[in-house]
Design a protein around this ligand. Structure first.
Ligand code: SF4
Ligand code: SF4
Length: 74
């Protein structure tokens, strides 16, 4: 399953990744609570998420203007 790593040193907490995911997969709803990616700023142990919903082309990575998200090879 694809994994996405969050680099918190680069993250500016804009939540564009969560907004984009919500828009795409929750019937055009802008609600980060509906996102599959959640930026847990208070949980440094949660820097990698597993998600295969976008298959090989994760929209959250494209949305991040800070280059804080990256796909990890299996
Ligand atoms: S889009 Fe990038 S910079 Fe913005 S919250 Fe998500 S990971 Fe952080
Ligand atoms: S890979 Fe796609 S479905 Fe998964 S968190 Fe990113 S935008 Fe959302």
């Amino acid at each position: 399953m694809p994994r996405i790593k969050i680099d918190r040193d680069k993250c500016c907490e804009c939540y564009l990744c969560e907004t984009t995911c919500s828009l795409q997969y929750s019937k055009n709803i802008v609600n980060p609570k509906r996102s599959r990616i959640v930026v847990f700023f208070n949980k440094p142990d949660a820097d990698i998420i597993n998600c295969d919903h976008c298959e090989d082309d994760p929209l959250c990575i494209k949305a991040c203007l800070s280059d804080a998200l990256a796909s990890l090879a299996d």
